[in-house]
Ligand binder design. Structure first.
Ligand SMILES: Cc1cc2nc3c(=O)[nH]c(=O)nc-3n(C[C@H](O)[C@H](O)[C@H](O)COP(=O)(O)OP(=O)(O)OC[C@H]3O[C@@H](n4cnc5c(N)ncnc54)[C@H](O)[C@@H]3O)c2cc1C
Ligand code: HEM
Length: 617
């Protein structure tokens, strides 16, 4: 429509803007919007806009076509199904906690403290949540005069598809002079910021000094029924807002929902944090902009673009980022092109799950772990529904470090999830300033604590096998049931005993044709690079080096004997031709930078290799 008011000659001569350029200019203080594919500079107009100045400040950097022509429903729908969302506490919170948190529940409940301390602003916020959060937007079908006014402010046209120049290694993998330049078309959907309104917020820990708030944002102009931008473990989004008259962007880990409807983020409110303080002060209905999702590991890798040139197999062409170009949002998208899965998922498994996942988290570093926990449990449920059988070989162990008990984010919910996970998830809490009657781990997470925790887990560490072994991983046929069940435990899972109280009995259940070693009482051994090593003889380094459990019939399966452990293999699957597989594990670490460096060093000293770990710096 707007195009009709611009002369054809003007239109072809207009300079082209990529969304990246628009974003960059906006961050440097420009007042650009896009309407009907044209870039409009509102700097001199926003203060005289008949509909108000603030309304235009809110939309800077976005596509205003829907706002300008009022071409969408004006209701904002908070579209998160609480009954299906794993990370939203249900009313039926179980009180039968058996872990160390059980007697500290009153210290975990942030909501109550929040209510007691309700100020006037908070009270208004509460009223807003209840009654006004779905108010229609201030929208207006603009007149012909307004369209003409807009036409006078056009400074260019937008290029929706961007051609990013990349290096492509030739098929023969030959030397660098043969490297050709090629353009790759990238859909800019994730690059564009979209408008969202704050539709609810609540506290998810009980700390007065460092509260952590859960914010739900709902998209303005939700289109159709299609859910796009579904979040996977390792996804993060960028949230943009005007703070002190300046555009500020921060990254957050989305936990529920999707970018095309509503999403939830947890934000730790730092006493001097520019963005977190600003968000915390806003009332329901406050508008922000967000874009993504991006992969957390590509974020780091893109800085190393120049080291990514490596020879390729003739069958493959590999796209790599231009070494001269450093970090841009496009390089994150290029990373995402190769696979639909993210870097935190197991790309060698059809469902993306790890068989054994060790998660070391501190503070808000819990957020990517919550993504992983949710994903793995949902996949198990899906497989259960598909097969009408509970498939549960995936184990997750979380150690969650905090200063005080009040800092623990979502403690009650984590307890609920662990309890209902049928043994798939164990959570160990570690406090550096614990209450006097604290029964969990104490101190800041370090080598000693990690060792103690891993010992508590009582399971053999399953670390990523070498690439040559990966080809057999497609047939995950074993059900791996390492836990603290008693001798009578059956292969169908039952709720576990509290994992902090390990049993001392050993159980080994294995299908008949795989019983080659099960009757001989062997001490725990770990098969490492083709050798069987007795666990007692292992020093730290050997113990964790490239360990795999291999249960192929022609190889010796490996078991535990010292403490309770059961390795249960599904008989049906085990009898089939394809009845072998390697269990894959990963250690993922996320938290404050001082914790990351301590843990990284500790894990290397313990003998873990780089390929065993993902450290989320
Ligand atoms: C990929 C990614 C995902 C993230 N996900 C989340 C998330 O889900 N939830 C979340 O709360 N944050 C998350 N963050 C961090 C977030 O982007 C901001 O850095 C954080 O909210 C602080 O921003 P701010 O403007 O409030 O503080 P700033 O104004 O940037 O910092 C002001 C002061 O706050 C303190 N501070 C800020 N950040 C930290 C920190 N990390 N550790 C210790 N002190 C700090 C320091 O004292 C600092 O001097 C993520 C970051 C990345 C890169
Ligand atoms: C640069 C782009 C824009 C221009 C040139 C513009 C111009 C105008 C003009 C001239 C009017 C007076 C009524 C009319 O002639 O239609 C108006 C009213 C209004 N505009 Fe805009 N507008 C712009 C963008 C927006 C956007 C993005 C929004 C919403 C997000 C918006 C919301 C409104 C509202 C709500 C009114 C009605 C005010 C009232 O009736 O009291 N405008 N605008």
């Amino acid at each position: 429509m707007l195009h009709a008011h611009i002369k054809f000659e003007d239109y072809i001569n207009l300079s082209e803007f990529t969304w990246d350029e628009i974003n960059e200019r906006v961050q440097r203080g420009a007042y650009l919007v896009v309407c009907d594919g044209l870039v409009v500079d509102m700097r001199d107009f926003y203060s005289v806009h008949p509909g108000g100045g603030q309304i235009l400040l809110n939309v800077i950097g976005t596509d205003i076509t829907n706002d300008f022509y009022k071409s969408h429903s004006d209701k904002i729908i908070e579209d998160i199904d609480c009954s299906k969302s794993l990370l939203i506490p249900k009313d039926t919170t179980s009180q039968n906690y058996s872990s160390v948190l059980a007697k500290h529940m009153e210290h975990l409940r942030g909501g109550q403290i929040f209510q007691k301390r309700m100020s006037v602003a908070k009270f208004i916020d509460y009223i807003n949540v209840r009654y006004y959060s779905r108010e229609p937007l201030a929208q207006h079908v603009h007149s012909r005069f307004a369209i003409q006014k807009m036409a006078t402010m056009v400074i260019g046209k937008v290029n929706e598809k961007v051609c990013e120049r990349c290096l492509v290694i030739p098929e023969d993998g030959s030397a660098c002079q043969n490297i050709e330049r090629k353009s790759v078309e990238i859909d800019t959907k994730s690059i564009k910021f979209h408008r969202y309104k704050l539709t609810s917020k609540k506290m998810v820990n009980a700390s007065v000094k460092y509260p952590v708030m859960s914010f739900t944002f709902s998209k303005i102009h939700q289109d159709g029924k299609v859910y796009t931008g579904k979040f996977l473990p390792g996804h993060y989004i960028e949230v943009q807002s005007r703070v002190n008259n300046q555009i500020v962007i921060r990254s957050y880990t989305p936990l529920e929902g999707c970018l095309s409807k509503s999403f939830i983020i947890y934000v730790k409110i730092y006493p001097r944090g520019l963005f977190s303080q600003h968000l915390n002060e806003q009332l329901i209905g406050y508008e922000i902009q967000a874009r993504g999702p991006f992969d957390v590991c590509n974020r780091n890798r893109s800085y190393l673009a120049s080291t990514m040139i490596e020879p390729l197999s003739p069958a493959q062409k590999k796209i790599i980022c231009s070494p001269t170009k450093l970090y841009t949002p496009y390089s994150r998208l290029i990373g995402a092109l190769t696979t639909a899965k993210t870097s935190l998922l197991n790309t060698d498994s059809p469902d993306g799950c790890w068989d054994e996942l060790y998660m070391i988290a501190g503070g808000t570093g819990i957020t990517p772990m919550l993504q992983l926990i949710k994903y793995h449990l949902e996949q198990s449920m899906k497989q259960k529904n598909d097969n009408d059988k509970y498939v549960s070989y995936k184990r997750m162990h979380l150690i969650f470090g905090n200063c005080n008990i009040e800092d623990v984010i979502n403690g009650e919910l984590l307890e609920d999830i662990a309890l209902s996970s049928r043994g798939q998830l164990t959570v160990t809490y570690c406090l550096s300033e614990p209450p006097p009657d604290w029964g969990g781990l104490r101190g800041r997470i370090n080598k000693q604590i990690i060792k103690e925790w891993m010992n508590l887990m009582q399971s053999t560490l399953l670390l990523t096998p070498s690439k040559s072994q990966m080809n057999v991983l497609q047939s995950h046929s074993i059900r791996h049931n390492i836990n603290m069940q008693s001798q009578n435990s059956s292969p169908t899972l039952e709720p576990l005993l509290p994992f902090m109280q390990p049993q001392s009995e050993e159980t080994l259940k294995i299908s008949p044709n795989l019983q080659c070693m099960s009757e001989t009482k062997l001490p725990l051994s770990i098969e490492s690079k083709g050798f069987i090593i007795q666990s007692e003889q292992l020093d730290d380094i050997q113990k964790y080096e490239d360990c795999i459990i291999d249960v192929r019939p022609n190889l010796k399966p490996v078991f535990s004997s010292k403490k309770s452990r059961s390795l249960a293999i599904d008989t049906d699957l085990a009898n089939s031709e394809e009845s072998y597989g390697l269990l894959q594990g990963k250690i993922i670490v996320s938290g404050p930078s001082d914790m990351l460096s301590t843990v990284e060093q500790a894990l290397f000293e313990m003998g873990f290799k780089e390929q065993n770990l993902i450290i989320l710096h």
